[in-house]
Design a protein around this ligand. Structure first.
Ligand SMILES: [Zn+2]
Length: 604
């Protein structure tokens, strides 16, 4: 991926007023010059979350998070930096053009992605138009109507229809000017000879199917899932796009771009099987829903989900196949320390039919009553076993131990173990022996740890950071000094060095937002706290005084080092002379500096 030019980032920061952006997520109350709210990043009773319209930054005095408008969108929406930039760019209608790498490989990849995204967007529109307008889509419309999907819902999810044809989509895409190779790469057509995709004939992959666009985090269409309208037992009920440069199976949760806010708020995800279940629930106002699309949760999907929630409610279809599917999801869910609960659906019903026929309340009731997975499962297995037989009992214990061993969290694991031993009547020692050490067989969690603000530097350095960030004249005064040399001799001055190096302009919040986006989250939180502090009225004079203190401190430190060296035994006469001269020079420098300015010095 290319990088986004600084001017563009600055332009986007300038166009997105932070009060408006944050205010679009939750209400802000004016409090003097700034705005306040209950912090969305930690639990609190009185508001310590501050938004400054002047500084265009936010900061929470409770948990210490803070930063630019980009940081807010990243943390609140769980996006990475480029996605947050694009989201804010889209909000104000700015087009983001990324800079390309020199060798052109990024260039081509980027170009391919962009073309495929464009093709998917146009395809989604075309399928959707088909559904709404074509006579031949009538059976699809009728099917959806009977499932409770009206025109508005279809529009909101851009549901479409792929006609019963071998080349209708292919011809549409060609007419739109896409090349054969691009159309093939999208996965929306299929080569007759999969071995030779580029010189074999191709045909439409999706035929006579209701089309559900699958979107990425920011809502761009990256693939499709098609539900067949035919009753032919040989055609798969659902067909998904194959893997493409845009779409990796098992990496996407259907509907997440619309539901993630609700997931975070509820801290719990209702997992349903298909797109239609999800859409019905969502439109009925039950919005903390996800669908793994495919039968079971993959490791990657469980990991994505863990970013938003701690608990998962699986809707168990009463039939055996439904139970199997849910059970297959367990391992990845448990390994990610998600608490799993089971909501049983009455025979022959799924979430969609319950909501439509029995009402939303009935469904919510079942979710509220969902049982802990292990309670449900131990009960079910125990009921099917003759516990009077020792061998049957140990066999069951072994089977349960296999699953319990997959629970990664030690506290949760020991709780489950004691439930098992109590229910089936084996000793804790025997059961513990059956539990092998669980292993996590996937890469360590890549998710960033919760932001802890970087500790503030010493007071003198912190004051200079504040002044260099906030006051144009003070900043210019500092920049006119030999600051690099002085800071090289000053401990704890890394952030101050970066503030001075940056071309931020204290009176331009957008440029400060750009600077903040170059920092680690903890540093950004620290900077955001300085942005909310009061600047002393005589900023330049104060900066000069503290700076004089740093200069003297740097010389004093060098002096101490030189004096220390003189005590090293066996110095040559030449070295000794050199050090003595150094000490004299430094002592004079220090005297001059002290005479010249009323330095503020930390008494340390
Ligand atoms: Zn907070």
């Amino acid at each position: 991926m290319g990088s986004i030019p600084t001017q563009t980032i600055e332009q986007i920061a300038a166009a997105n007023d932070i009060v408006e952006v944050i205010g679009s997520y939750f209400p802000l109350k004016r409090a003097g010059a700034s705005f306040k709210a209950l912090c969305p990043f930690h639990q609190e009773k009185s508001p310590s979350f501050n938004v400054s319209p002047q500084r265009q930054s936010f900061h929470c005095f409770g948990c210490g998070v803070g930063g630019s408008v980009f940081r807010f969108v990243m943390d609140y929406e769980h996006l990475d930096f480029p996605s947050a930039v694009k989201k804010l760019a889209a909000r104000v209608g700015i087009t983001v053009i990324e800079e390309r790498s020199a060798d052109g490989s990024d260039d081509r990849q980027h170009e391919t992605r962009r073309t495929l995204l464009q093709l998917h967007a146009e395809a989604a529109e075309w399928f959707h138009e088909n559904l709404l307008k074509r006579e031949w889509a009538r059976p699809a419309r009728e099917y959806l109507k009977q499932r409770g999907i009206d025109r508005n819902i279809a529009a909101s999810w851009q549901i479409g229809f792929a006609p019963e044809s071998w080349d209708a989509f292919l011809n549409f895409a060609k007419e739109r000017g896409y090349r054969r190779a691009e159309i093939t790469q999208s996965g929306l057509v299929k080569p007759r000879d999969e071995e030779r995709p580029n010189d074999s004939e191709v045909y439409d992959r999706f035929r006579n199917r209701i089309m559900f666009p699958i979107c990425n985090d920011v809502g761009e269409v990256i693939a499709f899932s098609g539900r067949t309208l035919g009753s032919d037992a040989e055609t798969a009920k659902y067909l998904n796009s194959p893997e493409t440069p845009l779409f990796r199976k098992g990496n996407v949760l259907f509907g997440l771009h619309k539901t993630k806010r609700a997931l975070i708020d509820a801290n719990s995800a209702i997992v349903c099987e298909g797109q239609l279940d999800l859409i019905t629930l969502f439109e009925a106002g039950i919005t903390n829903v996800v669908a793994p699309q495919g039968t079971a949760f993959t490791e990657q999907q469980a990991r994505i989900l863990k970013r938003f929630v701690e608990q998962v409610v699986l809707c168990f279809d009463a039939d055996a196949a439904g139970q199997k599917a849910a059970e297959r999801s367990l391992e990845s869910l448990l390994q990610n320390d998600l608490v799993v609960r089971i909501a049983e659906m009455p025979a022959g019903e799924d979430p969609d039919s319950i909501v439509r026929r029995r009402g939303k309340e009935e469904f919510e009731q079942r979710i509220a009553e969902a049982r802990d997975f292990f309670d449900y499962w131990i009960e079910r297995e125990a009921a099917a076993t003759d516990l009077a037989s020792m061998s049957a009992k140990m066999q069951l214990a072994r089977k349960l131990a296999d699953t319990v061993a997959r629970v990664h969290d030690p506290i949760m694991r020991s709780e489950v173990a004691s439930k098992v031993t109590a229910r089936i009547g084996v000793t804790p020692g025997d059961f513990a022996a059956l539990l092998k050490r669980p292993t996590r067989n996937f890469a360590p969690d890549l998710q960033e740890a919760r932001t802890t603000p970087t500790p503030a530097p010493r007071h003198d350095v912190a004051m200079l950071c504040l002044l260099a960030l906030r006051d144009t004249e003070a900043r210019a005064t500092l920049l006119a000094t030999d600051w690099r040399a002085v800071l090289a001799e000053t401990p704890d001055a890394e952030l101050l060095r970066r503030i001075l190096e940056s071309d931020l302009r204290p009176d331009d919040p957008a440029s400060i937002n750009v600077f903040m986006s170059s920092l680690a989250p903890g540093e950004e939180a620290l900077v955001s706290s300085w942005l909310l502090q009061r600047v002393p009225p005589n900023a330049t004079a104060v900066a000069r005084d503290w700076w004089a203190g740093l200069e003297q401190g740097a010389v004093r430190r060098q002096l101490q080092i030189a004096e220390g060296r003189m005590r090293i035994p066996q110095l040559s006469a030449g070295e000794m002379t050199l050090l003595q001269k150094q000490v004299v020079d430094l002592t004079m420098q220090l005297a001059e500096l002290s005479a010249a300015s009323p330095a503020r010095v930390l008494d340390d």
